[in-house]
Design a protein around this ligand. Structure first.
Ligand code: SF4
Length: 82
């Protein structure tokens, strides 16, 4: 069925957003105004998950993540070379 409709791999929130726009006949303003709050897609209709808070990373956290990633990359290079 997927091949028949020419579906492609996409992030699920993007798919939900597209479905909501389709549900509102292509009118994004109508998606914004959607009053069907019992629809399971309603919280996700803007293509974002409102239940995940994305706090900005502190500089310390960024530095730690960067160091961790560098370490991983170096380890991977060593493993690939062996
Ligand atoms: S939340 Fe449900 S009813 Fe509202 S636009 Fe999206 S699919 Fe349609």
């Amino acid at each position: 069925m997927s091949k028949e409709k020419n579906h492609t791999k996409r992030p699920i929130l993007q798919v939900i957003r597209a479905k909501c726009i389709d549900c509102c006949c292509g009118d994004k303003q109508e998606v914004k105004l959607c009053a069907i709050t019992d629809c399971d897609l309603h919280p996700y209709r803007f293509g974002k998950n409102p239940f995940i808070s994305r706090k900005p990373m502190s500089q310390d956290r960024k530095d730690a993540a960067s160091a961790q990633f560098k370490e991983y990359r170096n380890r991977k290079k060593t493993e690939d070379a062996a």
